[in-house]
Design a protein around this ligand. Structure first.
Ligand code: OFO
Length: 174
């Protein structure tokens, strides 16, 4: 059974995962509006991945006999100066989410809720993968460049990336 504190924190994380999904979906719209179809596709897929994170938490909370409660969501940022700025924001966002997952783990431990502590390990691994993925994207921006012809190639390379699950590596699509 979840403590009140644990339930409130898990419900907040459900909202944060929704906001992550909306952030990446909004970013995909920015990319498409700027002719960057590969980046748009990658970010749209990542938005769906975030919905998976949300549902995993939603199901867990409900399975404990508690009730997942949804809150109003923050509107995501929709203006960016460049594709570099978009991907700098993705990396910053993932670091923010890692901090939130760590706080959840701290709470589970402090509440002696070892079932939730165990459940959260998947998210710990996932955040490691997510930070690595977006770091890789930033490395690509650096290597390939984001001006002129570089932007064309960058869009193609990012369009080939796939979001890995925990235990797998970010690999270009075949
Ligand atoms: Fe991007 O990991 Fe969930 O939020």
């Amino acid at each position: 059974m979840l403590s009140e504190k644990m339930l409130a924190r898990l419900n907040e994380q459900i909202a944060l995962e929704f906001e992550s999904a909306n952030l990446y979906l909004q970013m995909s719209a920015w990319c498409l509006a700027h002719g960057l179809d590969g980046c748009g596709r990658f970010l749209r897929e990542h938005s769906q991945e975030e919905m998976g994170h949300m549902f995993r938490l939603f199901d867990y909370v409900n399975e404990t006999g508690a009730q997942a409660v949804l809150r109003a969501l923050e509107a995501p940022r929709h203006e960016y100066g460049s594709v570099r700025e978009v991907f700098e924001a993705t990396f910053e966002h993932e670091r923010f989410i890692t901090g939130k997952i760590n706080e959840l783990v701290d709470t589970a431990f402090a509440e002696k809720d070892y079932s939730t502590f165990n459940f959260l390990q998947w998210y710990v691994s996932e955040q490691h993968e997510e930070e690595a993925l977006f770091q890789r994207v930033l490395d690509l921006v650096e290597l390939v460049g984001s001006d002129g012809k570089g932007l064309f190639h960058l869009d193609r390379e990012i369009g080939k990336l796939r979001t890995p699950g925990p235990g797998t590596e970010a690999a270009p699509a075949g």
